[in-house]
Design a protein around this ligand. Structure first.
Ligand SMILES: Nc1ncnc2c1ncn2[C@@H]1O[C@H](COP(=O)(O)OP(=O)(O)OP(=O)(O)O)[C@@H](O)[C@H]1O
Length: 232
């Protein structure tokens, strides 16, 4: 489903003429299978977000290839890449990134509106998914009238409403207390098991990594598979 082949990337940092080369991704090779939850852990600055940005096609790696569902993303132009991203990925962020002027329902509905789905079909899909993620009772609430956990549920539902096969999550529980974190992790596991959604989760939190089928550790731009023998 996701094939990362010998990916290298170097940033140029500093003043013009005196730039320093900083290698951020060094020969990364790994695959993610359909239906897996994969966690990428590592210290701040180890290259996790850069890796996620290359998988999502927000940036192209200097060397190597990334193939998503049989498509090499670097071969697409900007417009095709945006379309490809829309059809293949949903995104979850630490800071939820909800539209403050829209209700929970309207936030989840927005991607369908942008895709031109009819109001009737939108309503059916949104209500069904809100039920699935446990948001029926707060449909008319604005983001500032929701708890952190509820806001993250809205953002997960918004990411899933167009049925993308892959969710990319950057510290999805980073803003939540530990009890709410557990709720969100259970939801992620449920969505993985019942809807077959593949998750790639960036985190520095061991609790989050513990729900992954496989865990990779980024260290100075290199990726090492971690022992997951504790996972049944
Ligand atoms: N656009 C950019 N231009 C130059 N350097 C960058 C850029 N983006 C990231 N870097 C550098 O690349 C390295 C890796 O950054 P990255 O954000 O991928 O790390 P991270 O593991 O996600 O960190 P964090 O956990 O703090 O988000 C850092 O040294 C960072 O300063």
């Amino acid at each position: 489903m996701i094939h990362v082949n010998n990916v290298n990337h170097t940033f140029l940092i500093g003043k013009k003429g005196k730039e320093k080369k900083v290698p951020v991704l060094k020969g990364l090779t790994f695959n993610v299978q359909e239906g897996e939850i994969v966690a990428v852990v590592g210290k701040s600055g180890s290259g996790k977000s850069t890796l996620l940005n290359t998988i999502a096609g927000f940036m192209s790696p200097e060397q190597g290839s990334i193939i998503i569902n049989g498509q090499e993303t670097a071969a697409l132009n900007e417009t095709e890449r945006a379309e490809f991203r829309l059809n293949n990925f949903g995104f979850i962020f630490q800071s939820f990134q909800l539209m403050p002027g829209l209700t929970a329902f309207e936030n989840i509905e927005l991607p369908l509106k942008l895709k031109g789905v009819s109001p009737k079909k939108r309503k059916v899909s949104v209500l069904q998914l809100m039920k699935k993620v446990g948001l029926e009772s707060v449909s008319d609430h604005y983001p500032n009238e929701l708890s952190g956990g509820q806001q993250q549920r809205v953002s997960i539902a918004r990411a899933l409403i167009t049925n993308p096969p892959i969710l990319l999550a950057d510290e999805p529980t980073g803003s939540l207390d530990s009890e709410t974190e557990q709720d969100i992790l259970m939801l992620i596991q449920d969505l993985n098991q019942t809807m077959g959604v593949t998750f790639v989760i960036i985190t520095h939190d061991d609790e989050v990594a513990s729900i992954a089928h496989r865990k990779f550790k980024m260290h100075d731009g290199e990726l090492k598979k971690e022992d997951m023998s504790h996972v049944i």
